[in-house]
Design a binder for this molecule. Structure first.
Ligand code: ADP
Ligand code: ASP
Ligand code: MG
Length: 417
């Protein structure tokens, strides 16, 4: 007997038929004698609708009320799945974040889980009950419901798996694993049998939304054996209940991966914007003068490029922010114009960041040069570059995103044979 946390995303619970299919996956594991807890997302499209209603009600809405509204989607699915499981003769009960409780910090709308006392769920396991838990939500210190940021049900699932010391956390979604790139953009993408925590962390941070970044961090820290797998397959097909080797992608330590490729995957993020400050004074403190106020305004600055100054006194500073934050960033910079001292400010929305990820880069030279040449051959202009030990990120015009992803996917030999 093992203990398994099963998480089902929005498309997996999009209607009652799909919820029935999900219930069959759950029943399979229960019938095999395992202790099971389930985490569910809202039905596909529901959270977007709720977010849009908040914006329509007031663009400057209170984050605590946003949470009260958007957390409701998960409550519905948890109840519906519990009803469906009961109808199949499975002893199931729905639970919301505050009932367990899943304690978070006070950052409404983007809260972090701080503590889950596993004893509540241990009791449910003891009673032979399948707890069906609403993902994406918890209880903040102000005694109000808090949500974990978009895609947060993944994080709920991994955090719960860590709290109850589950043997496995299965993230069921609409693809059958983690691919070398988004299979919706590149049909030649290959499914990976395994991917290291570090690479998955980069993939997720750089745009692959198959797992929320925080869920990968938690899986890495708490050593949660996490699989990404499909909910759409026949729950009773051969091998679906295989405990050691379920179908899907295992996120694991790098030593568990025998054949490490130089490049493991390509990720992309659209909706990036570029801001350039022209002729900024080239003196100590200038970067702090620009990026300090942006940080205070909670604007996430990503790539930063500072040119060499021509005359030793003035330089250009270029950086990226999420498109949604451009207006706010420009306002902050204009307000601080005298203090920073720049001649002109230009901004360009509609950028995309394409990234090449692979642990093998640590020990291989020339990986970046291959990307630059491949993009040049396609006439794709590079606007900015950043690198780390295991990734290269390149800023381009968003119109070329698909072409760039496919080009890089192919040039690093990732295409399906
Ligand atoms: P869920 O609703 O189940 O949480 P998401 O839509 O959040 O599902 O995540 C699954 C989606 O992630 C897939 O449909 C796929 O388009 C996208 N995706 C992006 N990059 C990858 C990748 N490298 N491998 C697999 N899926 C990816
Ligand atoms: N329903 C939430 C969202 O759409 C959480 C999730 O799906 O993980 O962001
Ligand atoms: Mg998701």
């Amino acid at each position: 007997m093992a203990r398994i946390v099963m998480k089902f995303g929005g498309t997996s619970v999009a209607d009652i038929n799909r919820i029935r299919n999900v219930a069959r996956h759950v029943k399979r594991e229960v019938d095999a004698g395992h202790e099971v807890a389930v985490v569910v997302s809202a039905m596909s499209g529901k959270t977007n609708e709720l977010v849009a209603w908040c914006r329509e009600a007031s663009p400057m809405h209170d984050a605590r009320e946003y949470d009260a509204v958007v957390a409701s989607g998960e409550q519905v699915t948890a109840g519906l799945l519990a009803i469906t499981l009961q109808g199949m003769g499975v002893h199931a009960r729905s639970w919301q974040g505050w009932q367990i409780p899943i304690k978070t910090d006070n950052a409404h709308g983007a809260a972090r889980i701080q503590e889950i006392d596993g004893s509540f769920l241990a009791k449910r396991f003891g009673e032979g009950q399948v707890a069906v838990i609403a993902g994406f939500q918890g209880l903040a210190p102000d005694n109000r419901i808090a949500t974990l940021g978009r895609g947060g049900s993944d994080t709920s699932a991994v955090a719960i798996a860590a709290a109850v010391k589950a043997d496995r956390c299965d993230i069921y979604t609409d693809v059958d694993g983690v691919y070398t790139t988004d299979p919706r953009i590149e049909p030649k993408a290959r499914r990976l049998a395994k991917i290291s925590f570090e690479e998955m962390l980069e993939m997720a941070s750089l745009g692959a939304k198959v797992l929320q970044v925080r869920s990968v961090e938690l899986a890495m820290v708490h050593k949660v054996r996490t699989f990404v797998r499909s909910s759409f397959e026949d729950p009773d097909a051969p091998g679906m209940g295989d405990f050691e080797n379920p179908p899907g992608t295992l996120i694991c330590d790098e030593d568990e991966i025998l054949e490490q490729q130089v490049v493991t995957g390509i990720a992309y993020a659209k909706d990036e914007a570029q801001i350039s400050l022209r002729r900024v004074a080239d003196r100590p403190g200038v970067a702090a003068g620009i990026f300090g106020p942006l940080a205070e305004a909670n604007i996430n600055v990503d790539m930063i490029v500072q040119n060499i100054s021509e005359d030793g006194s003035r330089t250009d500073m270029t950086f990226t922010v999420p498109s949604a934050d451009v207006a706010k960033a420009v306002a902050v910079l204009e307000k601080n114009k005298d203090q920073v001292g720049f001649d002109a400010l230009q901004h360009d929305e509609g950028m995309a960041k394409v990234s090449v990820i692979g642990i093998g880069m640590r020990s291989h030279a020339g990986v970046a040069a291959i990307a630059f040449k491949a993009l040049a051959d396609r006439g794709i202009n590079i606007r900015a570059i950043t690198t780390s030990e295991i990734k290269i990120s390149i800023l381009i015009d968003a119109a070329y995103t698909e072409l760039a992803v496919r080009t890089l996917h192919s040039v690093y030999g990732l295409d399906k044979q």
